[in-house]
Design a protein around this ligand. Structure first.
Ligand code: AMP
Ligand code: DBH
Length: 561
């Protein structure tokens, strides 16, 4: 049940906005639990989820394919909900879900939706630093993981997290061998379901922010607002019940979850095919075999796919739309999509906090290849402003602020961050620098937030700096992006050593090992470490990251694609 020690950290939409969004027909009073029920009633026999196997379990295990119809997913969600309730997971509880691209992800998430418990959408790459924080910060009652995936044993992580978080009542492991924990497959039962259904205005889950602060912030999304973003996405991506969406990126990430993603596909009554590995050698045969019509990739993966498609004949003719987003896709690469893959590129510039922009399928090729699209909703308010929040004319680059029917009004339980991240009148400060064209399309020109975008994987500089500062030889650290032809950006850590360590500085590998040893997701370990005597300073004496970025860019010039 709701842990009273944790306050309800949700900043509601002001009443006049909520009314407007309902009156406009954006918020229709739908919930995820009922959405699945309705699809199952309308066409229960259609396939909802295909899991070819191979995303989890010990190496060498024979992949076990699963194909669940809407009726089966619906029934499984009910039985899982009953089982979770029986084990003490109740409405309002937070449950950290960290699963690879497997069918269980949907069984668990819809069960939690039906209970009114809040999934906290962790990524498979997260390790102790992140998971420990999610559990402690949310006072999580449950943690659901796979046994092994990508060569990593999540059961050990779960044991450690359990020892540190007495509030964790349930740790469930998907897979044959749960170790000391509960086997996820043993949870479902025919017991009573939830006593009351969640309300459409309730928070449905907590999504993660890539963030720019010491620890990732949590994003509360309601059924009403998120389902509106799904409906809008489904329309703009032209999905219907014949859509077959290949989920290539980690399923819990906001992009493959909702733009239009697996949840959008289920909303449309289509079929979700889970891709166990993102490379073309796994994805291309699945596209041919399952008749995939649409998928979403981050730019580095899109480049890999383009190169592979150019090299050999593949059966990709069913593919109609390729969404690319999460980081800026270069115009050169964008122009290759139609000739090489034979499908329409749809650029998507979104954020877990809300606002999602798409190029339209019938936009002129020039807009498709050179812009990051325009907002889903006519009621998405977009402002491009200068450093003093003064509006700028179209064509001028400035800070993107936004407010609208599916953009949050505050991070979960983070009043101090909220004061910085939102204007007094509720606009979210995205930290992105954009230019708006007269058509309303946005071009992402850069970023003001202190973050590195490593091919769609966001790294908050401050988080890594804090870990580096814990090293006994480190006096100060500044983490910045450096250009990279494949990922767009990689991380470079500038380090000032303590005086007594300058004679014999630690090796770069040692510092990397140190950061890794603190239990961070691998993508956050600095790619490069540079030792300096002091940091360049700005006019008022702050560390000039601009100068550091320029210095490393000059040292490692990126060749563009
Ligand atoms: P997050 O807040 O972690 O959900 O990450 C969202 C951020 O990813 C945005 O604010 C942008 O900085 C970045 N992003 C997403 N899509 C794109 C894109 N198509 N082009 C450039 N940046 C993007
Ligand atoms: O990067 C993102 O977070 C993102 C990208 C594209 C996103 O959240 C989305 C689409 O919905």
């Amino acid at each position: 049940m709701q842990d009273r020690a944790v306050p309800d950290g949700f900043t509601p939409y002001p009443a006049e906005f909520a009314e407007r969004y309902r009156a406009a027909g954006y918020w229709r009073g739908e919930t995820f639990g009922r959405m699945l029920r309705e699809r199952a009633a309308a066409h229960g026999e259609r396939i909802a989820v295909v899991d070819p196997g191979g995303a989890s379990g010990p190496p060498g295990r024979e992949p076990r394919e699963r194909r669940w119809t809407y009726a089966e997913l619906d029934r499984r969600a009910d039985r899982m909900a009953a089982g979770l309730l029986a084990r003490g997971i109740g409405p309002g509880d937070r449950v950290v879900v960290q699963l690879p691209n497997t069918a269980e992800f949907f069984e668990v998430v819809f069960a939690l939706f039906r209970i009114g418990a809040l999934p906290v959408f962790a990524l498979p790459a997260h390790r102790h630093a992140e998971i420990g924080h999610f559990c402690a910060f949310t006072g999580a009652a449950g943690y659901i993981v796979a046994d092994l995936a990508g060569g990593y044993d999540y059961r050990e992580l779960a044991s450690r997290v359990r020892a540190e978080n007495p509030a964790l009542r349930l740790i469930a492991v998907a897979g044959d061998d749960p170790g000391e924990h509960v086997r996820l497959a043993d949870i479902p039962c025919d017991g009573p379901g939830p006593e009351r259904e969640p309300e459409p205005g309730d928070v449905a889950f907590l999504q993660l922010s890539g963030g720019s602060t010491g620890v990732p912030k949590l994003i509360p999304r309601t059924h009403d607002d998120y389902i509106y973003s799904l409906r809008g996405s489904v329309e703009l991506c032209a999905l219907d019940e014949h859509a077959v969406y290949l989920c290539v990126l980690p399923a819990a990430h906001n992009f493959p979850l909702s733009s239009p993603g697996s949840l959008g596909t289920l909303y449309a009554g289509g079929r979700v095919v889970l891709c166990p590995q993102p490379g073309p050698e796994t994805a291309f045969p699945l596209i041919g075999r399952e008749g995939v019509t649409v998928t979403g990739l981050v730019p580095p993966l899109a480049l890999l796919w383009l190169d592979a498609a150019e090299r050999g004949p593949h059966r990709l003719d069913t593919l109609r739309v390729l969404l690319v987003g999460g980081a800026k896709f270069s115009a050169e690469a964008a122009r290759r999509v139609r000739p090489v893959l034979g499908c329409t590129l749809q650029q998507v510039f979104g954020m877990a906090e809300g606002l999602v922009n798409y190029t339209r399928l019938d936009d002129p090729e020039e807009l498709i290849t050179t812009t990051q699209g325009r907002p889903i909703s006519p009621d998405d308010e977009v402002r491009v402003v200068d450093d003093h929040d003064r509006d700028l004319p179209d064509g001028t680059t400035g800070h993107l602020l936004t407010r609208g029917p599916y953009t949050i009004r505050g991070y979960w339980n983070a009043p101090a961050h909220n004061a910085n991240s939102f204007t007094a009148d509720g606009f979210y400060r995205t930290g992105d620098l954009v230019r708006r064209l007269p058509s309303g399309h946005l071009v992402v020109e850069g970023r003001a937030k202190d973050q590195i975008n490593r091919g769609g994987e966001k790294v908050a500089a401050e988080e890594i700096e804090n870990h580096l500062l814990a090293h006994p030889a480190v006096h100060d650290a500044a983490v910045v992006s450096m250009p990279d032809p494949y990922l767009g950006e990689r991380t470079c850590a500038y380090v000032v050593l303590r005086a007594e360590h300058r004679e014999q500085p630690p090796k770069t590998v040692e510092l990397k090992r140190f950061v890794r040893g603190r239990g961070l997701a691998e993508y956050k370990v600095p790619d490069r470490v540079e030792f300096v005597e002091a940091f360049p300073a700005t006019g008022i004496g702050k560390v000039s990251k601009k100068d550091l970025r320029a210095a490393i860019a000059a040292a490692v010039p990126a060749t563009t694609h």
